[in-house]
Design a protein around this ligand. Structure first.
Ligand code: SF4
Length: 361
């Protein structure tokens, strides 16, 4: 028997109702949830799927996040950093494949100098009519402002969990600066970015209500982009080895399963109808055959094909057995196109700001 009440589009989601839906196991009730999310997606962002070309600029990082396969203390990892010409080449590939957004992501790498990055943003903007999304970690306000002035449109920074104790375990602050990603998101909004964030599902020590609060925080922050994916343990990390963590009642532990991820995608769509929500690579990793498609059918409207050179991409290993790390950019594009058309959806032709709009509000 379902323990949840029937869900209406735009349902009034509270801590109690979200928690009940997260715990729901009845197949018919979940089918109703997924249908409601799909209808809400169609009504608010349409049938177009946004393709964002992802460039992983550098796998150097000064942080020691307990779950992350490219964290500072991983000594046996080949590190790389793309130079300006390589980045410009990746951006040209993205544009040639028809992507309307270039996403530049990296570990928190101080060697990515703010002024050089601003120059790269300006150059891409002068060569191509694309939106630019950055995901370069916790930087200071002057750097965020410089990149915004250079033409960057969006900034992604995941808060990973809204529970402060769990956050401190998985994401230690730098010795000289407290990590407060929610405060950073608010600053980025003031500076004029579209803002994106997200969480991991099934972190050890994550309780049902913690995850429900994450979804409420998405709505409170009025996020433009929201990425959620299952926690995929990396065996060479403190969290993956079980060296750190917190003890909770096993009945309270959120599982890091595929089905939980779909529930969170669907509830996120209902909580934030106009947001851009990717069907993530982590989902494609947990179900290589159909994970991306099922994400798109249960609330998501974005995919992020990789345009990083494949000899570098294999070293951007936040979690193991990541999907789509050896294919060329062209092969990724062809694969995505086939999957999108098979769903009866189409590739977006505009830049895909919040609400499926082609210009900023
Ligand atoms: S999650 Fe991000 S900031 Fe943390 S160690 Fe990995 S790349 Fe660095």
């Amino acid at each position: 028997m379902p323990s949840t009440t029937p869900i209406a589009d735009g349902a009034d989601l509270t801590l109690a109702t979200i928690t009940a839906w997260l715990r729901e196991t009845d197949a018919a009730a979940l089918a109703e949830l997924f249908d409601a999310a799909d209808r809400t997606r169609r009504r608010n962002v349409g049938d177009e799927v946004q393709l964002r070309g992802l460039i992983e600029l550098s796998n150097h990082c000064r942080r020691q996040c307990a779950y992350c396969g490219i964290a500072r203390d991983r000594k046996d990892l080949t590190r790389y950093r793309l130079d300006r010409e390589q980045i410009l080449e990746c951006a040209a590939t993205a544009k040639r494949l028809g992507y309307q957004t270039v996403v530049m992501q990296a570990g928190e790498d101080p060697a990515i100098r703010a002024d050089e990055m601003a120059g790269i943003i300006r150059e891409i903007k002068s060569r191509h009519d694309v939106a630019i999304t950055l995901s370069l970690g916790e930087r200071n306000d002057d750097e965020f402002q410089l990149w915004r002035d250079a033409g960057a449109d969006r900034y992604l920074i995941r808060f990973e969990t809204s529970d402060h104790d769990l956050y401190d375990i998985i994401h230690p602050s730098l010795p000289y600066r407290l990590s407060d990603r929610v405060a950073i998101l608010k600053r980025l909004r003031e500076i004029g970015y579209e803002i994106g964030s997200g969480v991991m599902i099934g972190l050890p020590g994550q309780r049902w209500e913690d995850l429900a609060r994450d979804i409420l925080l998405f709505r409170e922050l009025d996020l433009d982009m929201i990425g959620v994916g299952p926690y995929l343990p990396h065996p060479d990390t403190p969290l993956g080895r079980g060296d750190v963590g917190r003890e909770i009642d096993p009945d309270e532990q959120v599982p890091n399963t595929e089905e939980m991820t779909y529930k969170v995608v669907a509830l996120t769509r209902l909580a934030c109808p106009e947001a851009n929500i990717p069907s993530t690579t982590a989902l494609a990793t947990i179900n290589k055959g159909l994970g991306r498609e099922l994400g798109l059918m249960r609330g998501a409207n974005v995919v992020m094909p990789n345009v990083t050179p494949s000899d570098c991409r294999i070293h951007y290993e936040i979690y193991p057995a990541k999907a789509c790390i050896t294919e060329s950019a062209e092969a990724c594009f062809a694969c995505m196109l086939g999957r999108i058309h098979a769903l009866g959806r189409r590739v977006a032709t505009g830049k895909g700001y919040r609400g499926g709009r082609n210009t900023r509000n």
